[in-house]
Design a binder for this molecule. Structure first.
Ligand code: VGL
Ligand code: ZN
Length: 199
């Protein structure tokens, strides 16, 4: 006999947050996350389930101006990536985001970076308006925007489930992704395989 799932299955009060699954963070992109495309099957499974249950889906995107402060030419840590309106900033076709997904653009002004999908956006207000109490989180990258979004969500009072097979890390230092998951768990996030919460 299998043990019962420790996490309630997806249902009313849940929203899916797909963090920054954009071409520049996928293999071939300007800031590719190693094995970034390995997240697509788990995210596809989540999108299917949320559509079947008519539950809300949010997709955040890095949406930088061409002279963004996080780019190396401006003294930042990163190569240019996710410049607003360029193909690298697009969601990949393979993501198959539903037409009614709510897109949350972040870090849209030159002088400020924002890793969290809550930082400088109306995500919290939109979730509150829908009565969302729990977020199912997936996307890129585990050690940057996923971690920042999850920690903000927990601080705002949401329950958070992170899909282990739906996230992938940059791992600038080996182990960054695992340490990020541990930090999220320590603050109250539950990390599970997609199949455990999306039967
Ligand atoms: C991200 C690095 C720079 C992310 C965004 O989405 O995780 N990482 N900008
Ligand atoms: Zn960025």
């Amino acid at each position: 006999m299998t043990s019962p799932s420790p996490v309630p299955a997806v249902g009313a009060g849940d929203a899916l947050l797909v963090v920054d699954v954009q071409n520049d963070f996928l293999p071939g992109g300007s800031l590719a996350v190693p094995a970034g495309d390995a997240v697509l099957p788990a995210i596809g499974r989540a999108l299917q389930r949320f559509a079947a249950l008519a539950l809300p889906v949010f997709a955040s995107r890095d949406w930088h101006p061409a002279d963004h402060c996080s780019f190396q030419a401006q003294g930042g840590p990163w190569p240019p990536h996710c410049v607003a309106g360029t193909p690298g900033a697009d969601f990949p076709a393979a993501l198959r985001l539903p037409a009614d997904a709510v897109v949350i653009s972040k870090a849209t002004t030159p002088a400020r970076d924002a890793y969290s999908a809550f930082d400088g956006t109306d995500l919290h207000a939109r979730l509150q308006a829908l009565g969302v109490r729990r977020l199912i989180v997936c996307g890129l990258a585990t050690d940057y925007c996923v971690q920042a979004s999850v920690l903000d969500a927990l601080a705002l009072g949401y329950a958070v489930v992170v899909l282990r097979d739906g996230v992938a890390a940059v791992d600038v230092q080996p182990g960054d992704g695992e340490r990020a998951l541990a930090a999220m768990q320590q603050r109250g996030a539950v990390v599970v395989a997609a199949a455990d919460v999306l039967p």
